[in-house]
Design a protein around this ligand. Structure first.
Ligand code: FMN
Length: 349
């Protein structure tokens, strides 16, 4: 199957698939009955990898490199622009191999020249490809995605992942923009987070389990009954966030994987994320109901986040990242067995 056909199938399976739970039920925010702020006073500006963002929320990597993607990316960029959000393009590998597809990515810069745009490549790309991807969209930062389980699940996927570290390290050292290492839905554990920090990554997008489930999508694409037990593989988003904070204290973090409400965004920020990323929900809304519905939902999420900021007494994102919270149940047990001391992790926020 060609990469183009596969990408189209990913989009349509995303529209049809349910978004799964990102395990934030164990996180409770503490109500503040006496907030010294208000809905019009809260300041939503955030910062990631040294880049200022108007909102602590962006549309994460979805597509590019197929005929329909020019239109989809134009609509995503217009939605991001309307809401004042940053936007990551989907993997640019197709355009690096076939320049005819470059326009499906460039369109985001054309319609959103003032926007914060993230380029996106796979971890097997080399420095030359990384530079080309950044130039293609005049990117403010570069995402390098890791998706080993998805590749293994695909009939036509990669099976050998040796050499990634070396390539990523060279890209970070010389690509000229901040690099965000990202997972696509299986999460990042503290051991690998520490490696990315040592390499000099500017930020980590934890891309945890929850929301889009690529194991399920690949299984449905393959019409296969095999590997049923692997559908639940990965670190849930909340846990991946805490693991990343433990392994790479102080690094900037994107929480993504199943963030679909202001409450989940608020919980992720309160745990220590600098911003959250939304992909599957954005793709679903755009393709099934159109840009208006996507913009309306993004505004709802932003408004809900503002309400929660007021209800927790946070006047800005830095304060939101330090509000009191309680971690219970499975998440607490996970942290104990992984020797992650919650109070220490929260101090690193
Ligand atoms: C249709 C679709 C295509 C995606 N393609 C890419 C991609 O090309 N590069 C990438 O880094 N992530 C890609 N992702 C992963 C998302 O950026 C995100 O990490 C993941 O879906 C988890 O977030 P979500 O639960 O909000 O969807 C894709 C997601 C979807 C739904």
């Amino acid at each position: 199957m060609t990469r183009q056909a596969r990408k189209l199938e990913h989009l349509w399976h995303t529209v049809r698939s349910e978004l799964t739970n990102a395990n934030f039920d164990d996180i409770s925010l503490v109500h503040n009955c006496l907030p010294e702020t208000g809905l019009t006073a809260v300041n939503l500006s955030a910062s990631l990898a040294g880049i200022n963002l108007l909102r602590p929320l962006f549309i994460n990597a979805i597509t590019g490199g197929i005929d329909d993607a020019e239109n989809i990316n134009r609509e995503l960029a217009l939605a991001a622009k309307e809401c004042g959000l940053a936007l990551a393009v989907g993997s640019q590998m197709a355009a690096l191999e076939n320049p005819l597809f470059a326009k499906t990515f460039r369109v985001v810069r054309e319609v959103y020249p003032e926007g914060i745009i993230f380029a996106n490549i796979g971890a097997y790309a080399d420095l030359k490809m990384a530079k080309h991807a950044v130039d293609m969209v005049k990117a403010d930062a570069l995402q390098i995605h890791l998706n080993v389980p998805q590749e293994l699940m695909m009939a036509e996927g990669d099976t050998d992942f040796r050499g990634y570290r070396n390539k990523i390290e060279k890209i970070i050292a010389s690509v000229g923009v901040p690099v965000i290492i990202k997972e696509v839905g299986f999460g990042i554990a503290k051991e690998q987070a520490a490696i990315f920090k040592d390499m000099g990554a500017a930020a980590i997008d934890v891309g945890g389990k929850g929301g889009t489930n690529f194991m399920l999508i690949e299984k449905r694409r393959a019409h296969s009954k095999a590997n049923q037990d692997l559908l639940d593989w990965g670190l849930p988003t909340s846990i991946s966030l805490l693991e990343t904070m433990a392994g790479a204290p102080g690094i900037d973090i994107v929480a993504s994987g199943g963030i679909n409400s202001g409450l989940l965004a608020a919980k992720a920020l309160a745990l220590g994320a600098n911003t959250v990323g939304i992909a599957g929900l954005a793709a679903k809304l755009l393709l099934s109901e159109g840009r208006g519905a996507l913009v309306a939902r993004l505004q709802e999420i932003i408004n809900e986040l503002k309400m929660i900021m007021v209800m927790t007494g946070a006047g800005n994102i830095d304060q939101m990242r330090h509000v009191p919270l309680v971690v219970s149940g499975y998440t607490r047990e996970w942290l104990e067995q992984r020797n992650i001391v919650l109070s220490e992790v929260l101090t690193s926020r």
